[in-house]
Design a protein around this ligand. Structure first.
Ligand SMILES: Cc1ncc(COP(=O)(O)O)c(C=O)c1O
Length: 427
């Protein structure tokens, strides 16, 4: 196995090398526990002197293969798989922030993450300041406080589809001596490798393109291994941990300190572990991810160009279009493609939006993105229906907005379905 491999090779062969007679692919190790012969062996596991699997909440061979492969594809030192993307974000923050501390986050976030930051973390004493990612470095820096412990953003914002200015964000994080945490769900490591652009920790909802076949909910945190936890702001990584006989993570585990702590402390205590079956499916999904995401991106760009000229469409939001405000950032940071999600405005507003969504035949009405199958949603009448018109506007959801997660079917069939549904929507 080599970190010099290209993404396609890592996706197929990374993370697992069987010995003679072992299964060719990582088997589903559907076992809660692992057998030992001596107290000494178990004691070494509890003292973190050995990393053998002991109990599936902490580690499991099937999950380990997935973690090793995604860590390799992202160019990180280690990964921790979780039971959902939400669990990955929660653990990623809680690993370095405690009550009384503070996070600065781009305001253009997935709704679940926004809610976690705006509602749930504050109840736990962690305050979040949201910043416009397009604001100047000075304005963003002004949101930092002495107790700020990280900067958080998405590579491609969901659902705004703004591409992050990594140069600006990584410079601010460095200047403020905090890690840059990036949700890379939409881009995947095939389209963007945030560690090469200054990020320190990457998270994913594995539910989306990593799985890619709408089978499993899951998440993962990957540690880039480069942040200096000994800078003085992170005593939880440098001072003795009483729950491990005074272990000091940074001293004992060096570049993998953050991810080891997340596993042996937070996964141990909070427990959002993935099922081995799901880890198997995520590993399987990664195998074809480079091929899939290339097709998702090609199809989305072709459809965006088609819709741009359509008389029943008032606007199209896709960063691969030259007219998009993030086009230049997309060309800089996502040269292989801008992934498969796009939004557009339908003539006729709310009513036409519902008609369009219900008229799609090939494209399915689901609350999901990143599936190989194309998906459609009219958020104003579904996911965002409880919000007032003003609240919908503030979250970027207009009455005419349609979200498409463009799948990997043939583009002619996708366009034909969109065409017939647009026609229905206008009558
Ligand atoms: C960008 C992004 N991050 C995180 C999540 C949360 O992931 P999960 O649904 O796996 O908990 C989602 C879900 O849609 C997402 O789109």
């Amino acid at each position: 196995m080599s970190s010099e491999w290209k993404q396609e090779t890592m996706a197929v062969q990374g993370g697992y090398s069987p010995k003679a007679t072992e299964p060719r692919i990582p088997a589903i190790c559907q076992s809660t526990t692992f057998k030992f012969d001596s107290a000494e062996h178990v004691a070494k596991l509890f003292d973190l002197e050995l990393a053998d699997p002991m109990y599936t909440r902490i580690s499991n061979p099937t999950t380990d293969a997935f973690e090793k492969k995604i860590a390799m594809m992202e160019g990180g030192v280690a990964a921790l798989a979780t039971s959902s993307g939400q669990a990955a974000t929660s653990l990623a923050i809680l690993n370095i922030c405690r009550s009384g501390q503070h996070v600065v986050a781009a305001s253009t976030l997935y709704g679940g993450t926004y809610s976690l930051f705006a509602n749930t973390l504050p109840k736990m004493g962690i305050e979040i300041s949201f910043v416009d990612p397009e604001a100047s470095a000075e304005v963003i820096a002004a949101a930092f406080r002495p107790e700020t412990r990280c900067l958080f953003a998405e590579t491609i914002g969901n659902p705004g589809l703004n591409v992050l200015d990594f140069e600006k964000f990584s410079a601010i994080a460095k200047q403020q001596q905090v890690p840059l945490l990036i949700d890379n769900t939409f881009a995947t490591p095939v389209l963007c490798r945030p560690f090469e652009l200054g990020a320190d920790i990457v998270i994913h909802s594995a539910t989306k393109y990593i799985d890619g076949h709408a089978t499993s909910v899951g998440g993962v945190i990957i540690d880039g291994g480069r942040f200096d936890w000994e800078c003085g702001k992170f005593p939880e990584l440098t001072e003795p941990d009483a729950s491990y006989h005074g272990l000091q993570y940074s001293k004992t585990f060096g570049p993998a300190a953050y991810i080891v702590k997340a596993r042996v402390q937070l996964m141990r205590d909070l427990g959002p572990t993935p099922a081995p079956q799901n880890s198997f499916l995520f590993n399987h999904g990664l195998t074809s991810l480079p091929l899939r995401i290339e097709r998702h991106s090609e199809n989305a760009l072709a459809l965006a160009k088609h819709l741009f000229l359509h008389p029943s469409v008032s606007w199209v939001n896709y960063p691969g279009l030259e007219s998009h405000k993030s086009y230049a950032l997309g060309q800089k940071y996502l040269p292989l493609g801008c992934s498969g999600v796009m939004t557009f405005g339908i003539e006729g507003g709310h009513e036409a939006g519902i008609k369009f969504m219900e008229a799609c035949r090939l494209i399915a009405l689901v609350v999901h993105v990143g599936d190989a199958r194309s998906c459609v949603l009219h958020p104003a009448s579904t996911t965002h229906r409880q919000l007032s018109e003003e609240q919908q506007q503030a979250s970027g959801v207009t009455a005419d907005l349609i979200r498409l997660s463009v799948g990997i079917e043939h583009i002619d069939d996708i366009i034909a379905d969109v065409e017939q549904a647009l026609e229905v929507s206008q009558n």
